[in-house]
Design a binder for this molecule. Structure first.
Ligand SMILES: NC(=O)c1ccc[n+]([C@@H]2O[C@H](COP(=O)([O-])OP(=O)(O)OC[C@H]3O[C@@H](n4cnc5c(N)ncnc54)[C@H](O)[C@@H]3O)[C@@H](O)[C@H]2O)c1
Length: 338
């Protein structure tokens, strides 16, 4: 933002759980400002608008008609993304879409095409790209310290964090299943660190909390890459105790290893030159501020969107294939991304 430019006016659609993280990030920023919120629960929109000192609307149409809204963050359940995304872009607003971009490969391409045709910024909320540890690992790779990545292992395991048993996240028709709901984060990191899209996926899952679950709360996706590299992505919401939450990140390269072990705050790099350590906390506050700052820069045409749209589409393609692999019990090959 130049010193004469006013903050980007942002509207948030859907003021549930994740909207709180975006609102907190916006409060910490000067380059963007929350000007309006809307929710199908109009009373909640009014309450949140009062707390956030912005305008509250009961419908997206009203929010989109507000000239102060230059960009929109869509924070609604996954099955609404394609339709709401197209609606936002057709109104001429830049869009930060919470992940996943859509529930189907065609849907992801439909939203992306709308943004491209209108020359609007479309970013997808792959927030893990913006965490301290993810960025530190990418920096290590870019510096050439560990050589060419050939294996990635990501473990994001935790206990049950979802609300009631009827919550939309647990319905595969509404969330897309765990591959689309959370798996896309891991697919995006793995492809980003490997420096190439995956070309195959084989997934296994468990209904760890209850056999009655329709989604796999414990899920492992094994990705193959054209270079011969591979990745194992493990995501769970079925750990005990329920307060469990741990993250392990490993990138094995031709010349060394970058790792964030489960009990560490920082990232370690082992190479023939010795051991180096990055002290990073992975604070979630900075993650969402960074994500939004990148989006504002793209809306201002100062930078490309992060992640690139092709990566966000790729994450959907792989996640859809992962759900197919769970059903079919075999590896699914994926064509080159469009
Ligand atoms: N980036 C991340 O790390 C992260 C974390 C959690 C959730 N998410 C994503 O954020 C999105 C929202 O998840 P959540 O956990 O906040 O959900 P939530 O159920 O807590 O909140 C969703 C809100 O959207 C509202 N809503 C539903 N349909 C609407 C519509 N058509 N128009 C306007 N409002 C509507 C609901 O009333 C609710 O207030 C999902 O896409 C999810 O995948 C991302």
């Amino acid at each position: 933002m130049t010193e004469h430019e006013s903050p980007l006016g942002v509207g948030i659609v859907g003021v549930g759980g994740i909207a709180l993280s975006h609102m907190a990030a916006l409060r910490a920023m000067t380059s963007a400002q929350l000007v309006a919120v809307c929710d199908v629960d109009a009373a909640r929109a009014t309450e949140v608008a009062h707390l956030q000192r912005c305008t509250g609307y009961g419908s997206l149409e009203e929010l989109l008609a507000d000239d102060e809204v230059e960009a929109v963050i869509v924070c609604t359940p996954n099955m609404t993304h394609e339709q709401l995304g197209v609606q936002v872009l057709r109104a001429g607003k830049h869009l930060l879409m919470e992940k996943p971009l859509a529930l189907t490969s065609d849907g992801a391409r439909t939203v992306a095409a709308e943004a491209t045709a209108r020359d609007l910024a479309l970013a997808v909320g792959h927030s893990h790209r913006f965490s301290d540890q993810s960025l530190a690992i990418r920096e290590l790779i870019d510096a050439g310290d560990i050589g060419t990545p050939r294996f990635v292992r990501i473990v994001m395991n935790g206990g049950w964090i979802w609300p009631g048993w009827q919550a939309w996240m647990l319905n595969p028709e509404l969330s897309g299943g765990h591959s689309l709901h959370n798996g896309v984060h891991l697919v995006d990191l793995a492809s980003w660190w490997m420096g190439e899209p995956a070309t195959s996926v084989f997934s296994v899952g468990q209904h760890a909390t209850s056999e009655a679950l329709e989604i796999h709360d414990y899920l492992v996706m094994e990705l193959g890459f054209a270079s011969g590299g591979s990745a194992v992505c493990e995501i769970s919401r079925g750990e005990r105790p329920r307060s469990t939450g741990y993250l392990e990140l490993t990138v094995v390269g031709t010349d060394g290893i970058a790792a964030r072990t489960w009990d560490a705050e920082g990232v370690l790099a082992w190479t023939d030159a010795g051991l180096t350590a990055w002290s990073v906390t992975g604070s979630a506050d900075r993650t969402f501020v960074r994500e939004l700052e990148a989006f504002v820069a793209a809306a201002r045409r100062e930078a490309d969107v992060v992640p690139p749209l092709s990566a966000a589409i790729h994450a959907v393609d792989i996640a859809v294939a992962s759900e197919e692999s769970l059903r079919a019990g075999r590896t699914i090959e994926i064509g080159a991304p469009a």
